[in-house]
Ligand binder design. Sequence first.
Ligand code: ATR
Length: 281
Amino acid sequence: MHNAAFAALGLNWRYLAFEVRPDDLRAAIEGARAMGFVGLNLTVPHKLLALKLVDALDPSAKKWGAVNTIRFESASVDGRLKIRAVGFNTDADAIVAALRKDLKLKLRGAKVLLLGAGGAGRTAALRLAMEKVAELYLVNRTRSKAETTATEIQERFRSVRVTVGYPKLAVDLLINATSLGLKPGDRLPLDEKQFPLKQARAVYDLIYRPAETPLLKAASKAGRQTANGLGMLLHQGAKAFEIWTGKPAPLEVMRRALEMEVYQSTVSSPQSATQLKKGRS
Ligand code: ATR
């Protein structure tokens, strides 16, 4: 999506993927700096490690405690020009952008059931609380992790009613932030006896590969509005693009390139997915 966006804007830039072992992350960042890279994206498990390896953290990285984007900037240090690495986080805002665009949801005042309290689940919960959702229900296999996130929300966002466990009544949105659905044959990430899917107005799965997880399939069958996590991947990328280039991201160019790459097709229909690699940004 980045290469398509560079081409659309006439920039002679390239976005390349490199596999780096965690032990080599410092050397990789230094190497990119020395070679005049404009910036980097980082994915799991580097997002936390990078916090300590950059020269400065943007407020977004401080707030969410993870770095997924680095920009190399010139700065004058003691009268000499130096290149410093600044860490950003574009993941957290991407979930809100994707929910708004793909599900046309109004988050303020909404009731949300969130499945999963790992890294992605915690960030999603806190970001939704920041949007002033009215009620947040947190469910996780390891209950203590959901409780820790609930306590963090209660301390930071007092207006949000947080409950650990399934809601008794209907919700506006159900989000899957667990990894259930990534592998073929995975079971649903929720207990339908405790919460029937038809009690959710809309269902969002952070997973985008496969495009239609068992959860999204069941939700569509129940007549619910659905979207997968491709929008999150798009929006975190678009924000990173803007950080590096200082120009508005050509969103539709990027979306088309992403769909083509991930689903090997120009249509965004969930059925077009064939890829089985891990599908989370
Ligand atoms: P990420 O950074 O992608 O969120 P993670 O931090 O490892 O990855 O979180 C994975 C999430 O999927 C967690 O909520 C995890 O539940 P636990 O906290 O109990 O580990 C959830 N998960 C993974 N496998 C699961 C399974 N088989 N059943 C239920 N939940 C599962």
